[in-house]
Design a protein around this ligand. Sequence first.
Ligand code: SF4
Length: 145
Amino acid sequence: MKLTTSLNRSLWVFHFNSGSCNGCDIEIVATLTPRYDPERFGVKLVGSPRHADVLLVTGPVTNQMADRLRLVYAQMPGPKLVMVVGTCGQSGGVFSTSYNLAGPIDQIIPVDVYVPGCAPRPEAIIQGVVTAIAKLERLQGGGEA
Ligand code: SF4
């Protein structure tokens, strides 16, 4: 994959917390700071799933959040990707034996990219975004990855 080819369009991301401890969410905020500055490549958070290419989900999906997660996913236009940040979203993590879980995330909606870790560092999240861009290009039929 040529990075310059992959990053020549904006990638808009909607962040959804499905019941995380906020650790992953803080790392996402850290990723958006001027130190890493993904917005220079057009990667930015948006306030509505209707504008998003990527749904970035943290947390293990509590029973209360499952229907909301389905609704947010349904509101996104295609082609769309789901990127899971953190071990909780992948397997339930430290919450996996909780009585209140409907997840992990792939039990609720399809997942395209996993960023494992508790919590993943910004470098890992950026790597996940690059993977998401490559997959989105394949879905759009314009990529070479
Ligand atoms: S993976 Fe770790 S940091 Fe992220 S929500 Fe779960 S417990 Fe918190």
